[in-house]
Write a protein that binds this ligand. Sequence first.
Ligand SMILES: [Zn+2]
Length: 111
Amino acid sequence: MSDVLSTQILLGIRKIVFDKFNDITIRFTNDEIFEVLKIQNSAISLTIDDMKPFFDKLHKDGFLRPIAQNFTTQWFKLFGEVEKTNCDSCNNEIHIGKLEERICPSCKISI
Ligand SMILES: [Zn+2]
């Protein structure tokens, strides 16, 4: 998978979490995110198994954390509330957790 596509998927997951699950008290699953992602990116052929590296990366970045797993279903919670902002460098709308490093997930520049 290309870097551009990977970044696009990561940005997509961030936006879905912001839109639907932006509450540090709730839990959500990889399946719930995946369903929305598939609808929004019907051209991308992904399976739920392809999603794991993306969730691992978002965990490493301090965006979300896994709290439970049952077969292929993973439950997550947020580290912190997610904020929507605009990156002055790449001009993308981005979604960053309050406890994350202030780096644009699209162009990797400090914001
Ligand atoms: Zn940027």
